[in-house]
Design a protein around this ligand. Structure first.
Ligand SMILES: Cc1cc2nc3c(=O)[nH]c(=O)nc-3n(C[C@H](O)[C@H](O)[C@H](O)COP(=O)(O)OP(=O)(O)OC[C@H]3O[C@@H](n4cnc5c(N)ncnc54)[C@H](O)[C@@H]3O)c2cc1C
Length: 342
């Protein structure tokens, strides 16, 4: 049996925990977290599967994470009830005047449907323009508020345990009770493992009732309108190194203006938001997904698999990264099984 302690109960930790349970024979998995469910950053994300502009040290890994997530989510859409999974198809527009990659990312767009660049009259017809670049595509919403309880139930159903506590370091997990640690602590990694390349990317959004809004819009400067199952997410901001969790009226006015240029009807409904929220994306130049040996005592070490720093793409990449983590944990389990004992 391989005993695995996962730190973090956001979407990244939950996905990794379930992937380990599914792929590592006889794994016994516990999640350690001080925040879960609605208290996580993951809970408030809009959850569109739109993993563009992701930083990764290894492009082959990144392609695999996107492909594995896409496969999982498209399969869920084809075979399961979206009311239970929070995963459903959506079409819409990305437009930009500066950033061609936002509308033409070859790695991500391979996993969209109906992808086409917009030109001429079709591009002119998208509100808020004139636009230089534009694309239409069909992708997925993976709505965390529905998806995370579903994943958590799978985790418990597979025999997993949740330990609610704040860890000041990974030392309490080196007591000999665990064979491997998986670090999915998001922005918490900055203190937990002293990773000072981690920084917050502040995002403010509002959720409004606009049942007529059936398509998504991604515009310039992080203005976006993303329909969820019941409410529509209107946002947003992407402010690096801003730690404030307070709502900011100026930010709200700015993104409502930008969104209303794309879809004028959204302005009225934004006057009565159902919910407003600020979250701090776990920013890092590149996602950290790698194994290292954590030394402790005089001559001992425990393998730690780090899986954090997904910036604005944690929902989209969580399953693919979880599968990568499970492969590494499976290798650790095999190494341990083959270790000579004297
Ligand atoms: C406004 C906004 C919109 C977004 N929209 C999207 C989107 O459409 N698509 C997308 O893919 N992504 C989106 N994101 C990004 C996404 O939310 C993040 O990438 C993702 O939530 C990161 O997940 P995580 O599990 O790593 O972190 P978190 O959800 O923050 O979870 C971290 C976990 O680690 C635990 N933890 C940390 N430190 C400790 C410690 N010391 N001891 C114990 N436990 C600890 C916490 O308690 C928590 O359980 C958005 C983000 C924002 C802010």
């Amino acid at each position: 049996m391989t005993r695995v302690a996962v730190v973090g109960a956001g979407i990244v930790g939950l996905s990794a925990a379930v992937c380990i349970q599914e792929h590592v024979p006889d794994a016994q998995v516990a999640i350690f977290a001080d925040r879960q469910d609605v208290a996580t950053t993951s809970d408030g994300a809009a959850g569109i599967f739109h993993p563009d502009c992701v930083g990764a040290d290894n492009q082959a890994d990144l392609k695999q994470w996107i492909a594995d997530s896409a496969e999982k989510y498209w399969h869920a859409w084809r075979t399961k009830d979206p009311v239970e999974t929070g995963i459903f198809e959506i079409s819409g527009y990305s437009v930009s005047n500066h950033d061609l990659k936002m509308v033409a990312d070859p790695v991500f767009h391979e996993h969209c449907r109906n992808y086409r660049r917009l030109e001429g009259a079709e591009l002119d017809a998208v509100g808020g323009g004139p636009w230089r670049y534009g694309a239409f595509k069909t992708t997925l919403i993976t709505e965390p508020r529905i998806m995370m309880p579903d994943l958590f139930n799978q985790f418990l159903g597979n025999g997993g345990q949740l330990v609610q506590m704040k860890l000041e370091s990974l030392a309490p997990l080196t007591s000999g009770q665990w064979d491997a640690i998986v670090n999915c602590s998001g922005l918490g990694a900055r203190n937990l493992v002293s990773d000072h390349s981690m920084y917050p990317i502040r995002g403010q959004v509002m959720r409004v009732r606009a049942p007529w809004m059936k398509q998504f819009y991604f515009g310039e400067d992080d203005a976006y309108i993303l329909p969820n199952a019941e409410l529509v997410v209107v946002g947003g901001t992407r402010q690096k190194n801003n730690w404030s969790l307070e709502l900011c009226k100026e930010d709200r006015d700015r993104f409502v203006d930008k969104c209303a240029k794309m879809v004028p009807g959204i302005r009225e409904t934004c006057k009565e938001p159902v919910r407003e929220w600020v979250g701090l994306r776990p920013g890092r130049p590149t996602v950290r997904l790698e194994e290292e040996a954590l030394a402790y005592g005089t001559d001992r070490s425990i393998p730690v698999v780090h899986n954090y720093g997904h910036s604005g793409n944690g929902i989209a990449l969580s399953w693919g990264c979880g599968k990568h983590v499970a492969r590494l944990v499976k290798d650790i389990a095999q190494r341990e099984a083959n270790r000579p004992r004297y």
